[in-house]
Write a protein that binds this ligand. Structure first.
Ligand SMILES: [Zn+2]
Length: 190
């Protein structure tokens, strides 16, 4: 049986997130507006105009709160994982989706530094995944084997995996720039 919590070196950037990029702040802001007027390092309520699109529902293995189209996409991803990798599906959980706050970056000494910009979680378009309740450690350039397998499903659905961020973030998946633009073009964000 596969040990999904086996720690493996992070994959080469050329082997994941093919054709996908993290959404730019300018894209998020121009398509959806600002989540709230100010940010701290903690989750605060989304007050922006897209607030009405934030929903809480089950996506299969767990319940989460996020932008409705992204939550529906996440449910589709989970359905495919349930069919094809049921033992991985059975250990999936979340450490959060919508959360209006600044970016948090783990430093080499283990402390957390706040970035100046809001996190993509602020738009409810990113999700942090746990395996058996465990969070993949940020910035150690390793990831759980289960997250690598899961990333194939996220990438296929147009989600970007944070393992290739400048500071590796293996637990983090977010709606990619191209996916967001396609949803906009298709009227799914109006
Ligand atoms: Zn995250």
């Amino acid at each position: 049986m596969t040990d999904y919590l086996d720690l493996i070196p992070k994959p080469k950037a050329s082997t994941v997130n093919l054709g996908l990029s993290s959404p730019k702040l300018s894209t998020l802001r121009s398509i959806l507006g600002e989540p709230r007027p100010d940010y701290t390092g903690s989750c605060q309520p989304i007050t922006g105009s897209f607030k009405k699109r934030i929903v809480t529902r089950s996506v299969g293995p767990f319940k989460c709160t996020g932008f409705d189209v992204a939550v529906a996409s996440l449910a589709d991803i989970m359905l495919a994982v349930r069919k094809e990798v049921p033992d991985l599906y059975a250990i999936l959980g979340t450490a959060g989706m919508a959360c209006a706050r600044k970016v948090k970056i783990k430093q080499k000494d283990g402390s957390i530094k706040l970035g100046k910009n809001p996190s993509n979680h602020s738009w409810g378009l990113a999700v942090d995944i746990t395996l058996k309740g465990a969070l993949d450690e940020q910035g150690d350039d390793k990831c759980y084997r289960g997250l690598l397998i899961l990333s194939r499903y996220f990438n296929a659905a147009g989600w970007y995996w944070g393992v290739t961020f400048p500071t590796e973030d293996g637990m983090h998946f977010e709606v990619a720039e191209s996916t967001l633009r396609r949803w906009k073009k298709d009227g799914m964000l109006d």
